[in-house]
Design a protein around this ligand. Structure first.
Ligand code: WTA
Length: 654
């Protein structure tokens, strides 16, 4: 039996535009061979893009499942992101262009960022924070989030950013696990026109977190004429950010960090169990995010780079803060929702700030498709020259829509596969070299090596299987905070006797030309009459239908087939759901992929249940399809969505 069947064939292929190739930062394909011949030498060259306080003596020390990069080297992440630009040629270059949801704006140059970061670093020191201490960050997407992270890095404190949309309980669990001494939060932030009362949430969490000594609170509207968000301050624990900053001096030396000293912890929930604190260290992480930001996004001096992710996710850590700032780039940061005040906010931002590189997620792209083509059409998007995607497999039709309506068939798309655990992009095109196929993340980047294996560890040259990373990447997690056994079990024990193989938990297929296609989490793979079907391909077939914007496919128990397919489908604003459309969609999938993948049920949904980072939660849809009580819903962004679907599904049953 196959690990996973490969069902869909995608024939379209797009070579990089010749004009793009001519000017690309990386356009010599020899880079792949060179890196393959000597991956350590490749990463050592990339590490030289950073400023080191002390050189390393050994590139890689690998004792599976553990490894160390740049052994003996010393550097400081914040100094690389701020000082070397502010005290060098980029003092007056904008580092952050920020826009709040209500429309308030701030532009911070590298010189100003230096002042903010060093002052806040000194403020943290005045609270007694020293190297190795943990600092929890629970903020809206405002410049202070980046400043707080960099200030921690400057003094060697370990930050643990918790997404501002998480509940008091989630915040509490993460603070307790990391034993954080300080929490940095805000009175509130804005989302879809409303106020998210962060400090009030934090207060609930703080009732059960004895390790916290101080809470630093950013006044979100400080210095503006807008009304302040009310919150209560508890003396002497709680301190206002702006008051601390008034007293804090600028400057001071960054703490020299060992390459293997911890830079941050970031919690990731996965599908089961309590969240894991993914541990990232300094030298390898900074090397890989600096290198991939430059090479994958073709970053140039005059680019305006917008990664739409929140700092609460790894994408925000690596490609909103550390990667772009280390390269001295100008980054756009937007606090709020894409549909506030209207569904064209993203496109208005691109036109206004002349954004050149956009990095966003398939879940957002499918929402844009659902809302309609008229929203991007209203704005001048001609500044864009490169588009990126991350977070889920991008369905080929969503890829084509993105390319046409946002990139105007002119911008290469980089579909980037990676994880919180890998820290930086692993499988992705290099836009000046790689031909792309819609839905494929293409090939492992230079210096990265992957394979497709069956459960016995045999390589599958062409077809579907389990994705494995066969060599450590500098930015990969070093352990799970406080639980090294969980690190070994989760990531390095899939293939017995092979503790060198990293298992990311994803299924993938490889085509005749070696392109990788991520098929989704192996936990979500369906088994229909002995055929192992990844969710991605059936969903992509559905999204090819002109009426469909988004689809999620799950298995439900079936007497004869083992499992049958249930498809939850969101239709585009321009179309209507109907029983006839349901019948048509079942046939459409059968025609595209084969009768084996014909869904038994089509359930029309206004929205699909998603995690707060935008990933579809198929586990809950499975519960609905099998008529079970819903499992753990704590990571769900909007609980009303699944309750509504459950009722709808039950009324559908004969
Ligand atoms: C999925 C986000 C297909 C995958 C950076 C991975 C993707 C998980 C892609 C990690 C992509 C991410 N194509 N699937 N381009 N990018 N994924 O930790 O299942 O939030 O294992 O990191 O998202 O999600 P995480």
């Amino acid at each position: 039996m196959n690990e996973i069947d490969a069902l869909l064939t995608e024939e379209r292929k797009f070579p990089p535009p010749p004009k793009f190739v001519a000017n690309a930062v990386v356009n010599d394909p020899a880079i792949y061979d060179e890196a393959e011949r000597d991956p350590e030498a490749y990463w050592a060259r990339e590490a030289a893009r950073l400023e080191w306080i002390q050189p390393w003596t050994q590139v890689l020390d690998w004792t599976p499942p553990h490894f160390k990069w740049f052994v003996g080297g010393k550097l400081n992440a914040a100094a690389n992101c701020v000082d070397r630009h502010a005290l060098g040629p980029r003092r007056d270059k904008p580092a952050l262009i920020w826009e709040g949801e209500p429309g308030d704006k701030r532009t911070i140059t590298y010189g100003e960022l230096y002042s903010e970061v060093t002052r806040f670093a000194n403020a943290l020191k005045s609270l007694g924070v020293t190297k190795g201490d943990r600092v929890a960050v629970y903020l809206p997407l405002i410049p202070e989030a980046a400043i707080a992270m960099l200030a921690c890095a400057r003094i060697g404190a370990i930050h643990s950013v918790v997404f501002g949309g998480f509940s008091p309980d989630s915040l509490r669990d993460r603070i307790i696990d990391a034993e954080a001494r300080v929490l940095i939060t805000a009175d509130g932030g804005y989302r879809r026109g409303g106020v998210v009362a962060l400090k009030a949430n934090a207060d609930k969490a703080l009732a059960e977190t004895p390790s916290i000594e101080h809470v630093v609170v950013v006044q979100r509207n400080h210095g503006t004429s807008s009304e302040q968000i009310s919150c209560s301050m508890q003396q002497p624990r709680d301190l206002w950010w702006h008051e601390l900053m008034q007293k804090a001096p600028e400057g001071g030396d960054p703490v020299p960090m060992d390459a293997e000293d911890i830079l941050y912890i970031l919690y990731t929930s996965g599908t089961t169990g309590n969240p894991k604190g993914v541990v990232h260290t300094t030298g390898g992480y900074m090397t890989a995010v600096t290198s991939t930001t430059r090479n994958v996004f073709d970053l140039r001096e005059d680019d305006v780079f917008w990664c739409t992710a929140d700092v609460g996710w790894v994408t925000g850590h690596s490609y909103l803060v550390y990667g772009p700032l280390s390269n001295g780039a100008t980054c756009v940061m937007y606090e709020g929702a894409p549909d506030w005040p209207d569904k064209d906010r993203f496109w208005a931002l691109i036109a206004k700030h002349k954004i050149t590189i956009l990095y966003t997620a398939p879940t957002a792209i499918r929402a844009f498709m659902k809302w309609g083509d008229q929203y991007p059409a209203r704005h001048d998007l001609s500044s864009l020259r490169l588009l990126g995607s991350v977070g889920e497999p991008i369905n080929p039709e969503a890829w084509i829509w993105y390319s046409r309506h946002i990139g105007h068939d002119r911008c290469p798309i980089v579909d980037t596969w990676w994880q919180t655990e890998t820290g930086s992009i692993v499988i992705s095109p290099l836009p000046g070299i790689t031909s792309t196929k819609p839905g494929s993340a293409t090939f492992p980047l230079p210096g990265c090596s992957a394979d497709l294996l069956d459960s016995n560890g045999r390589s599958i040259p062409v077809g579907g299987g389990l994705l494995a990373l066969t060599r450590p990447i500098p930015s990969m997690l070093r352990t799970v905070w406080g639980d090294d056994e969980r690190y070994r079990k989760t990531y390095f024990s899939k293939w017995p006797g092979r503790p060198d193989l990293y298992f990311p938990g994803d299924g993938a297929k490889r085509d005749e030309e070696g392109f990788y296609w991520i098929l989704g989490r192996v936990d979500d793979v369906l088994n229909v009459a002995g055929h192992r079907i990844g969710t991605m391909e059936v969903e992509s077939a559905l999204v090819e239908h002109p009426a469909v914007a988004e689809a999620a496919v799950v298995g439900k128990a079936h007497e004869l087939k083992g499992q049958a397919l249930a498809a939850f489908v969101t239709v585009r604003a321009s179309h209507q759901s109907s029983p006839e459309l349901a019948t048509e969609l079942k046939q459409f999938v059968a025609d595209k992929i084969g009768a084996i993948a014909r869904p038994d049920d089509i359930i029309f949904a206004a929205d699909l249940p998603k995690t707060r980072s935008g990933k579809i939660m198929r586990r809950l849809l499975r519960d609905i399809a099998e008529g079970r009580a819903l499992g753990d819903t704590t990571t769900l962004a909007d609980a009303a969505v699944v309750e509504g679907l459950k009722q709808q599904y039950e009324s559908l049953e004969p």
